[in-house]
Design a protein around this ligand. Structure first.
Ligand code: EPU
Length: 435
């Protein structure tokens, strides 16, 4: 496994350009495969997850490649296979978006049922209920979801709990259905809106994205288009917290401040100075962070993906913070923060964090993407050296995190071991061969 070696204690200063949003890129690359003809997607981050979804789509027959300017080209004309490969799908739950795509495009889909993951049990029952409502026969056989429909027909679907993945998968499935679909209690995340704008630019008729009722009028066909995706609000929030914990001064560029409202408010409550421009944010940490209480919630509430980074900052805050997680089972990583000297008690869905003055470097392991980010944040404040294993999990959703931090003055080094390099090389060469 690759490792990051971090020596903490330096206030990080300077400008950092925020990448495109991973959680927009994934469904948008899939949606591009609903069309006839090429789509050119800009601001796509070169995250491992983006490579994984692209590989799955290539295995299904699409042609996908990055050009030198980090634009992703998607030509889906030969996408004719309906069975998604288990080995790739099991790596990432968002792969399940191909179920909505295949059902809409080919009328049948065979996609492995995503298993549990580090965030606990994450069922896809709402997705399946939605496919059935659109007229598909759905069964689970030998670990695969099999869905089939002569014709998908628009329907009124109430999503039990505002779910990002379900909302997006049903937007994909319903775009070419006959008649109108109403998604009620739809997720309102900016990535849902981004997907809707992209699909509309391909010729879809989707209204209401960003509210809790989305109306999709099925169309006959979609055409490839050019599109630039939104900035990653979680990466931006992560850098705000890095600034807070290191006593830094940063300019974050290529951001949409409106998407960061809940993070900005909580960072201000913690004592950070924040100035917003039209697509930039200046963050300054002039004193030790103050303890803040919060609970995670669907957008526009405080994002669950920001919970772990924020807890890392609260670990050194003045006072005691109480943080409640309402979306996933997402506190396992606090054991690793404790190894760095954090004083955190977890009671069911709530972490009670008594801020200490300073963390101490230790060998730690990332258990998932955002947990890995939390360890990097903690390490940037800690006295001495922290060795973080499991970096490939961080690379799933942060583009060049070590390079970006180094440019801000961090003492951070990546050590790739041979096995990890071989895995990456084979991933990249398969990616090119498939193209
Ligand atoms: N749920 C069900 N059944 C379903 C679908 C969801 O019970 O069929 C539950 C989930 O278990 C969870 C809640 O509904 O308790 C909400 O889950 P949601 O479907 O909204 O999550 P997701 O679509 O699987 C996306 C992001 C996550 C992010 C969540 C919440 C992507 C690729 N993933 O997951 O991002 O935490 O929404 O905002 O968009 C990450 O980037 O690190 C990440 C995990």
């Amino acid at each position: 496994m690759a490792k990051l070696i971090v020596r903490g204690g330096t206030p990080l200063k300077g400008e950092v350009r925020i990448s495109g949003a991973k959680n927009s890129a994934l469904p948008i690359v899939v949606a591009a495969c609903l069309a006839e003809g090429e789509s050119v997607l800009e601001n796509i981050p070169r995250d491992i997850d983006v490579y994984t979804i692209s590989m799955i789509l290539k295995k299904l027959g699409a042609n996908i490649w990055f050009d030198d300017d980090s634009r992703l080209h998607v030509v889906p004309d030969n996408l004719t296979k309906e069975k998604a490969p288990y080995d790739l799908v099991r790596r990432m739950r968002a792969s399940f978006y191909v179920a909505g795509l295949l059902l809409a495009r080919l009328g049948k889909a065979e996609v492995p049922l995503p298993g549990g993951c580090a965030l606990g049990s994450r069922p896809v029952d709402y997705h399946l209920k939605g496919f059935k409502a659109l007229g598909a026969d759905v069964s689970i056989e030998h670990g695969y979801v099999r869905a089939q429909a002569q014709e998908l027909v628009g329907a009124k679907i109430y999503i039990n709990r505002s779910s990002v993945g379900t909302t997006m998968n049903l937007m994909l499935a319903a775009a070419l259905a006959k008649g109108t679909t109403l998604l009620e209690n739809a997720a309102k995340e900016p990535e849902v809106v981004d997907l809707a704008i992209f699909m509309n630019s391909m010729g879809a008729r989707i209204r209401g994205a960003g509210t809790d009722v989305i109306r999709i009028e099925g169309v006959e066909s979609l055409k490839g288009t050019e599109y630039s995706i939104i900035a990653d609000r979680i990466e931006a929030g992560t850098f705000m917290v890095v600034c807070g914990i290191t006593g830094g001064d940063m300019m974050l560029t290529n951001v949409v401040p409106e998407h960061l409202r809940s993070t900005i408010l909580k960072c201000q409550e913690a004592g950070l100075e924040i100035e917003e421009g039209p697509n930039a944010i200046r963050v300054r940490a002039l004193r030790r962070p103050q303890a803040v209480d919060l609970e995670t919630a669907p957008y526009p509430g405080f994002a669950t993906d920001m919970q772990q980074p924020f807890v890392a900052m609260m670990a050194v805050a003045q006072g005691t913070s109480v943080i409640r997680e309402t979306i996933f089972d997402r506190f396992r990583y606090v054991d690793e923060l404790r190894r760095m000297g954090a004083d955190i008690r977890v009671e069911r869905d709530t972490a009670i964090i008594r801020g200490v003055e300073e963390l101490t470097g230790a060998p730690v392991v990332a258990t998932d993407l955002r947990a890995g980010a939390a360890l990097v944040i903690a390490a940037l404040q800690a006295k001495g050296e922290t060795e973080i294993r499991g970096v490939e999990l961080i690379d799933r959703g942060y583009e060049h995190i070590d390079e970006k931090l180094r440019r801000l003055g961090a003492d951070i080094t990546r050590i790739s071991d041979d096995e990890e390099s071989r895995h990456m090389e084979s991933l990249m060469s398969t990616f090119s061969e498939l193209g």
